[in-house]
Each structure stands twice: as C-alpha cells, then as structure tokens.
Design a protein around this ligand. Structure first.
Ligand code: SF4
Ligand code: SF4
Length: 228
C-alpha cells in the first residue's frame, strides 16, 4: 500500500489560515487502512484546525469532515464531491499525493491543500507498528529471480548483481549496519530453495524507459495491442 504520514499540524494551520469554510476530506483507501486519512482522522483534524485557528486569532473556521471511498478514483471522487464542493473555500485532503492531484484536476478552480506527506510503497507490520519500503514500481519486476526480495528497493545502492563490499554480518553499511543487506537476504532465500544458480545470473543495467515518468497504463491503445 501507499505509506503516508500526516504533516505537522503547524504546517496545515499555516496553509489553511486564510480560509473560513473548509472541507476536510478523508480517504478510505490506503491512508485510512494505516489510520492516517480515514473519517475519524478527518474529524480529529477538523477539531484541531478549528481550535488552532481560534487560538491563533485567525477568526472562526467553519469546517466539515467527511471521507470518501478513494480520492484517487475520478468517478468515485466526482460522485461524492460534485453535490457539496461548491460550499467550501478550499479542501484539506487526507490522502496520498495521487488523491490530492486527482481532486485538484477534477476541481481546477478549488484549492486542494495536502495534509499528508506521501512516503513510499510499503509493507505494514501491525504488531511492530512499522512500515517498510518494498517496491519502487519499476515496471519490470524481477522478484522471481531474487527470492521475493527486491534489490532495487531494499538494497541501499539498488545493486542488481550481488552485494557490494559493505555488508558485515548480513547488515548494510548504508545507515550504519542497522538494516539487513538485501543481497544476503536474497542469497539465503535462494539457497533455501535450491535456486542458487539465480544468484550468479548476470543482470544487464535496467531499462529505465519503462519506469520513466509520467507513466500511463490502459486505454484504447493498449486494448488494441492486447487483441493482436
Ligand atoms: S523489481 Fe522491485 S521495484 Fe520492480 S516491481 Fe518488482 S518489487 Fe517493485
Ligand atoms: S551492503 Fe548490501 S544492501 Fe547495503 S548497499 Fe551493499 S549490497 Fe546493498
């Protein structure tokens, strides 16, 4: 899922200080699952902003908190927001950067204020209450060859052909030997599966044309290609 974190309240207060009618818009997708951007968080932010602006002497703020199924889906966003968005001076979005941009593109005349910082595509360990970056969305997945461990993401140097000389006792030199060396993880996985031939496989440099941005998928052109 997309891992996000709420911005410091002070930053959100500064961005919203000139508005009197705000829609605090939660997202029930990734941001809600990790309890940063759902309806409850929208309600809490509404209270914090109302209190904060009052304390700062910025006048009375009138805000409403709601949450929609997914801010990154144009149709869902439109059907939820069309009937109400005109009532507000601006929208405070509790979604990742994709949701913020989707809403901003749909309602070009409205200021959409991001209340969240988007960090990475990651795994959630609910027990440890931690998030781990797992994928750079490179567009050409090689996990089949690497024991299900992504060297692009989990090796600090994104090495493709085995470890550098900086690992010690299975830990990576980058960051002071705190994190596991991805290539040691890959070696151990492949060894356990009797697939060490894959460890020695030479990989050419990546074709970054497939991950150059902005990327697009789907639509008429791709559907036509699929038929041939
Ligand atoms: S190789 Fe790594 S970055 Fe690329 S799609 Fe697979 S997991 Fe993601
Ligand atoms: S020690 Fe391992 S994870 Fe760290 S940069 Fe070198 S190969 Fe990558």
């Amino acid at each position: 899922m997309i891992i996000v974190k709420r911005k410091p309240l002070e930053e959100i207060l500064e961005m919203t200080k000139d508005f009197k009618k705000l829609l605090i818009l939660g997202c029930d997708g990734c941001a809600s699952i990790i309890q940063v951007g759902g309806e409850r968080q929208a309600r809490i932010l509404k209270l914090l902003l109302e209190m904060g602006q009052k304390i700062k002497g910025n006048g009375k703020l009138k805000a409403q908190a709601i949450s929609i199924l997914r801010q990154c889906d144009r149709q869902i966003a439109t059907s939820s927001l069309d009937p109400i968005i005109a009532e507000y001076d601006a929208v405070v979005s509790l979604s990742c950067g994709v949701g913020v941009q989707t809403i901003a593109d749909l309602y070009k005349g409205k200021l959409i204020i991001p209340a969240i910082n988007t960090h990475f595509l990651g795994m959630h360990d609910t027990k440890a209450e931690k998030f781990y970056e797992m994928c750079l969305a490179c567009g050409d997945c090689l996990l089949f060859e690497t024991g299900g461990v992504c060297p692009l993401t989990r090796c600090a140097k994104s090495l493709l052909n085995g470890p550098c000389g900086g690992q010690a006792s299975g830990k990576c030199e980058v960051g002071g030997w705190q994190n596991d060396c991805a290539w040691v993880l890959i070696y151990n996985r492949l060894k356990a599966r009797n697939q060490l031939d894959l460890f020695g496989k030479f990989r050419m440099p990546r074709d970054y044309r497939v991950s150059g941005h902005p990327r697009e998928l789907g639509g008429e052109k791709e559907n036509e290609e699929g038929k041939t």
